[in-house]
Write a new protein. Structure first.
Ligand code: UDP
Length: 455
């Protein structure tokens, strides 16, 4: 019998490609063939960052293909979220359609298209070819619920019909969900009217497009977002994806990374006592001003604790040369770092992947959210799960060095209150992906569904 074959289409950003790649690795392990579609730019970054062993793995298990994203002539615009999503919408649908047409012409079986939930058009393309389809949300269910609640927000007079908040107010979509501030809604906090309008319209469009999906999967955990899943039971939690469904080797977690991972930092961590190191990483978009970097660097020094600091695409932190307590790397094997016993606290921008990876390892957080869904995730961490604190800004919008030291000391203090709760959250997450867990069950159903009809 022919092997089932799934076409996977992530939104072309790091925080989307990585969880969809984990999902693909999980499906591949169940005997499903995968074609993973990246933009040419991301494809090249991924190939250049692969370790040798991962190279072989990818060749055997996952077929990486690429299509243009339309920004080949203006690469600097690729890091601007509004620009990228606009270009994605203009170029990618036709390219994906052409690719599917070619596959069909070559009699390639396509059992299912798994598309990023933010690429509603990909679900429509699959529907057009009568291919079965699933949407995958790499963010919290609460983020999706916010998108589904847009009409209600308009009806309740909280936002204009173009998404602009009418009032600055803290709302809660249902008891138990994280509180949200209207001026920090996902589409608002881009701080650019044009981008706000585009993202808002895209969210409305996506809501419509995904109505025709067979599955709405979410990289989250039922027990961590009971209220959000209660509001929309059609959203099925399957997270944290790629964890204890024992994908085996940790080194393969690098597949899908846009930058090569600096693995030396793991040796550096080996030299530190358990729970002593502060891990500082803000995901794939740099956003910190020079002044903020300076305050953060001094504040971290004031804690007198060892620090592992990821710069990503942001500026180099102003660390004094020869400071033995601080290790700076461009890109770390983050999942492995967070599971290292030396880590005691995670200073994070609260991207959803980072949130899951920290919480899933029982690490408490100090939060510095910047945009998009990061404020929702921060509210989960600080207010709902209570496994971290947020840095407060001063009147100039800067987190001062003293605030940095104060919050980190509080989270890492000896009674371990935050760590204890984080360990409880970890337990809950691990149970969900273990046999009999909710995520495990949903994944199992999905895989069986794919296999039941191979065409
Ligand atoms: N990441 C990594 N190495 C690093 C920093 C981040 O591998 O040094 C990974 C991290 O494990 C996570 C992803 O990059 O899976 C970032 O996703 P997240 O949703 O946290 O943030 P985003 O980049 O989307 O803002």
């Amino acid at each position: 019998m022919a092997r089932p074959h799934v076409l996977v289409i992530p939104y072309p950003a790091q925080g989307h490609v990585l969880p969809l790649m984990s999902f693909s690795r999980y499906l591949a392990k169940q005997g499903i063939q995968i074609t993973f579609i990246n933009t040419v730019f991301n494809h090249n970054c991924i190939i250049n960052s692969l370790s040798e062993s991962s190279h072989d793995y990818v060749e055997d298990e996952i077929n990486l293909v690429s299509i243009p994203d339309g920004l080949e002539d203006s690469p600097e615009e690729r890091s601007i979220p509004g620009k990228l999503s606009e270009s994605v919408l203009r170029f990618m649908p036709t390219k994906v359609e052409e690719l599917i047409e070619r596959m069909i012409a070559e009699s390639t079986i396509i059992s299912c298209v798994v598309a990023d939930q933010s690429l509603g058009w990909a679900i429509e393309v699959a529907a057009k070819f009568e291919i079965r389809r699933a949407a995958f949300c790499p963010a919290a269910a609460a983020s999706m619920v916010l998108g589904f609640s847009i009409q209600k927000l308009v009806d309740d007079g909280l936002i204009e019909s173009d998404g602009t908040p009418k009032v600055n107010k803290t709302i809660q979509l249902s008891p138990g969900m994280p509180k949200m501030e209207t001026d920090k809604f996902v589409w608002v906090c881009l701080k650019n009217k044009e981008s706000q309008k585009n993202i808002f319209e895209l969210m409305l469009q996506n809501n419509k497009s995904i109505e025709s999906t067979d599955w709405l999967l979410c990289n989250s955990v039922y027990e961590l977002e009971t209220a959000a899943f209660g509001l929309y039971p059609q959203i099925l939690p399957i997270g944290p994806i790629g964890w204890s469904q024992s994908l085996g080797d940790d080194k393969f977690t690098s597949i899908g990374s846009f930058l090569p991972q600096d693995r030396d930092c793991l040796d550096w961590l080996d030299r530190h006592i358990p729970g002593s190191v502060i891990y500082v990483a803000f995901g794939s978009f740099g956003f910190m001003s020079k002044v903020q970097l300076e305050e953060l660097a001094i504040g971290l020094e004031l804690t007198k604790r060892p620090v592992l600091w990821v710069t990503g695409s942001g500026d180099q932190p102003p660390i004094k040369p020869g400071s033995g307590l601080v290790k700076v790397v461009r890109w770390a094997p983050q999942r492995e770092v967070l599971s290292h016993r030396a880590i005691g606290c995670f200073v994070s921008h609260c991207g959803w992947n980072s949130t899951l990876e920290g919480a899933g390892n029982g690490i408490p957080f100090v939060c510095i959210p910047n945009f998009a869904d990061q404020f929702i995730n921060k509210a989960y961490i600080c207010d709902v799960w209570k496994i971290g604190l947020e840095f407060e800004q001063d009147e100039l919008g800067v987190v001062s060095k003293l605030e940095v030291k104060k919050k980190i000391d509080e989270v890492m203090r000896n009674d371990g209150e935050y760590t204890k709760r984080a360990m409880m959250v970890k337990e809950v997450m691990m149970k969900s992906v273990a046999k009999d867990g909710v995520s495990y069950g949903n994944l199992d159903k999905f895989v069986n569904w794919i296999k039941e009809k191979v065409n």
